[in-house]
Design a protein around this ligand. Structure first.
Ligand SMILES: Cc1cc2nc3c(=O)[nH]c(=O)nc-3n(C[C@H](O)[C@H](O)[C@H](O)COP(=O)(O)OP(=O)(O)OC[C@H]3O[C@@H](n4cnc5c(N)ncnc54)[C@H](O)[C@@H]3O)c2cc1C
Length: 429
């Protein structure tokens, strides 16, 4: 049936756009996280953006205030788990979007800080849960020589010599102990501040780094939780980069680091599955955060168009500006829809896949980039100055096109996945 209206009134609108009505609980959570994003993350994020990477992580830095205040909010998986799945997805999405709206770098730092704890909870290991509780975590996977290569799941994706490179960090797995040597890349988010790492690396279980499987030569691997105060662990200089400067990143070095084998969360047989699960989780988190960052850019541009006069009136009065604002809002709605759908798939589908999450991360960040690009342009010369906040959001979003997997690579992986699904019968009926 058509829902008939007597008059044309303005549509229902929420901070997160054209939503069906939010429940009281959803509204309360949205309000709390929005206030936190507005009053804490956004001002502290701007402050941190202008500091050196060393000062960002120094004692007394606003970074620690942001992390401390975030911890007080109690935005953990237990909160989401109380709700029915569909509602949980919407709440998780709104939380992620609000945090990204406040500051994309801090949103990523807060998100990844809980990764080791969440993994410990997922495998149900109480010792590891206790070890990770209340700590800042990181997800260590990429290495200087293994960037895009660290996110491959099928042999066909490595074509040069038909096998995965071992990489720069390796584990020797003994009966009771694992010995780790090498380093992670300087890109590890929270790498320079984390107290505990969810770490993925190539592993030798006694007969080398490679094994023959039905899919050809495969690298042996291990995933484990590592307390980062063990003897032999050191850090590189915190990374100086253009975007998400509030997010501390840096190398982690391992020199004969001995870790009890019971800290492993996935040995060889479960390694790729575990990595895939973690990566699916991270990709959908990125989607919500960068929808929020794009929304921040849109809102700033919308306000500016109502303040700046050119051509005899406010910018917004010109039809061309309305087209540009409409384009931004359309893209924002599209990004949010993709972000939510991918989150629902990751949380509720019986069989998730990292490339299904990754395609959404590509779409959201590409749309976010287009939105912030247009917002920047609408600010004219002012957009290029550090006095206005839009240039920071531009830099923050630009980094997201590479973060959590470079977008071309992820899209190519999606094409490969489509081929596998086709060969498995998909679309043939
Ligand atoms: C803000 C940010 C946060 C990050 N956080 C983390 C984190 O928390 N933990 C972590 O482990 N890592 C993290 N990373 C690392 C990130 O996952 C990698 O940067 C990303 O996977 C790309 O790897 P790379 O930088 O080594 O680029 P490369 O893999 O060297 O790619 C460089 C270029 O080569 C192209 N290319 C690569 N492989 C191929 C190929 N086979 N065929 C054709 N072209 C190819 C790519 O498309 C790209 O344009 C982060 C990165 C950023 C920017």
């Amino acid at each position: 049936m058509i829902r008939l209206k007597k008059n044309v009134e303005l549509p229902s609108i929420w901070p997160t756009g054209f939503e069906t009505p939010l429940s009281e609980e959803e509204r309360a959570i949205q309000g709390t996280v929005h206030r936190f994003a507005r009053d804490v993350l956004r001002p502290l994020g701007r402050e941190l953006d202008r500091m050196t990477p060393e000062d960002v992580i120094a004692p007394g830095s606003p970074y620690w205030t942001a992390m401390f205040e975030a911890a007080k909010l109690g935005l953990d998986p237990q909160l989401i788990a109380q709700f029915p799945p569909e509602m949980g997805v919407r709440i998780e999405s709104i939380i992620g979007e609000e945090l990204g709206w406040g500051d994309a770098g801090l949103a990523c730092s807060i998100g990844v800080a809980g990764a080791p704890l969440m993994m410990a909870q997922s495998v149900g290991n109480q010792e590891l849960i206790d070890m990770c509780m209340g700590k800042i975590g990181c997800w260590a996977s990429t290495q200087p020589d293994r960037g895009s290569d660290a996110v491959t799941f099928y042999r066909e994706e490595i074509i040069a010599h038909g096998k995965q490179p071992v990489g720069n960090i390796t584990a020797k797995v003994g009966a009771d102990e694992i010995v780790i040597n090498g380093q992670y890349s300087s890109w590890v988010s929270n790498g320079s501040v984390a107290q505990v790492a969810l770490a993925y690396m190539a592993a030798d279980y006694g007969d080398g780094f490679y094994r023959s499987g039905e899919n050809g030569t495969q690298t042996n691997g291990i995933a484990l939780i590592v307390p980062l105060d063990l003897p032999g662990i050191s850090r590189g200089k915190p990374l100086d980069k253009i975007g998400q400067r509030a997010l501390p990143q840096g190398e982690i070095f391992f020199d004969n680091v001995k870790v009890p084998k019971r800290f492993a969360i996935a040995l060889n047989d479960e390694f790729l599955g575990n990595l895939a699960s973690m990566w699916s989780h991270a990709g959908v988190g990125m989607c919500q955060a960068f929808t929020g960052a794009a929304r921040a850019a849109f809102e700033l541009a919308l306000a500016y168009c109502h303040e700046r006069k050119q051509g005899g009136g406010f910018l917004i009065e010109h039809q061309m500006t309305q087209l540009r604002v409409g384009e931004m809002l359309r893209r924002l709605e599209m990004a949010r829809a993709v972000a939510r759908r991918s989150l629902a798939f990751a949380r509720m589908s019986p069989q998730t896949h990292p490339y299904a999450s990754a395609q959404a991360k590509v779409s959201v960040t590409e749309e976010a980039m287009k939105i912030v690009h247009e917002a920047f342009q609408l600010f004219g010369g002012n957009g290029t100055t550090r006095e206005y906040p839009i240039e920071k959001i531009f830099r923050d979003i630009r980094s997201a096109l590479i973060e959590d997997g470079e977008n071309y690579i992820l899209t190519a992986r999606l094409g490969g996945l489509a081929s596998q699904l086709y060969q498995n019968g998909w679309t043939k009926e």
